[in-house]
Design a protein around this ligand. Sequence first.
Ligand SMILES: [Fe+2]
Length: 380
Amino acid sequence: MSMNGAVDQRRDHSPANAAVVPAEAPRVRLNPSMEHKPDNYDDLPLEFCPVLFSCLERYLLPSMLTAPRDTKVDHMREILLSYSPEAERIKKLSYLTPAFFLQPLHKELYGMHATNFFVSSFLKAIHENTEESFRSIMSEPVPGIFVFEMLQPEFCRLLLEEVEHFEKWVHDKGFIIMHPNLMSKYGVVLDDFGLETMLDKLMCDFVRPISKVFFSDVGGSTLDSHHGFVVEYGIDKDVNLGFHVDDAEVTLNICLGKQFSGGELFFRGVRITINGPSRYIKQFNVSVNQRDEEIFDYSQVPGQAILHHGRHRHGARATTDGNRINLVLWCRSSVFRELKKYQKDFPSWCGECKREKKARQQISISATKQELLKDGEPLT
Ligand SMILES: [Fe+2]
């Protein structure tokens, strides 16, 4: 122990304790400074609980207690990571590298400030939390697809600037950015840049109440994880998006802007029920195997949300001019997915697919009968 009361963490170099007491760990006080009032860290994108930072702050050396909050955060992150087991530390550093080093441009985006994010009609409906209130702000052009006003223009503007900030930082550092999903080359995974907590609140407090009412058959009431990202379309980006289904029980898709032409979404009903990565549908010709009442084409409007079953077949037409950027939240239910594993008789194909298969079989049988009747005696 040092003379000033700080703990020298380099006291034990034995292999058994190497992961717990690392040689290069920053020093902290043995006893907390109870007269010191720690900062609040709730609004920051942190990989450890914000309360942990507030508690740890009292153990910092006196010279650090008066440092700016950002400096203290960086210092305490270093302390906490140094105490993590090696495997966990590598995992955190590799997975959270962008969030760890990148300073946000608009810090207000990293906490849930609902009145600044959402339009008042949406907030009112969520507050009332009834099917009637949800339907009062939504249209349902085809069964299972809901369209409604959701985001304020200012929120869209700030998020677009934040995404540009991410991308510039990644470019300046020479890093390779991870694609948002298997189908999109342009865009970023927002969860990787510290927005995971905010998006989780978005799912739990705003998407789940609606999904509980309209998507209860696919675990809408038990959504418990998400994949949040933005996708970018334009002549110099991804131009369109092929016919596919999402790796999600429920998908929230919101156009953020900017100026663009084209980029309509098209929907063609629900068929495949299997889980797995988001995938293109083998049958690319969307005009085949579709019913008139399932056809829905949607022209995107900034701030307007579309909420649908993740397995609702869809795609995006070419963005022919300008740039279109969408915020997408794939919401998943571990309960629903686990239950499906244990439903032995759960069909791979939905009732509509079975109906079509049966219809094709009947047509084939009738055609065969006709052929046989031409060549011989009538069948009895
Ligand atoms: Fe999709």
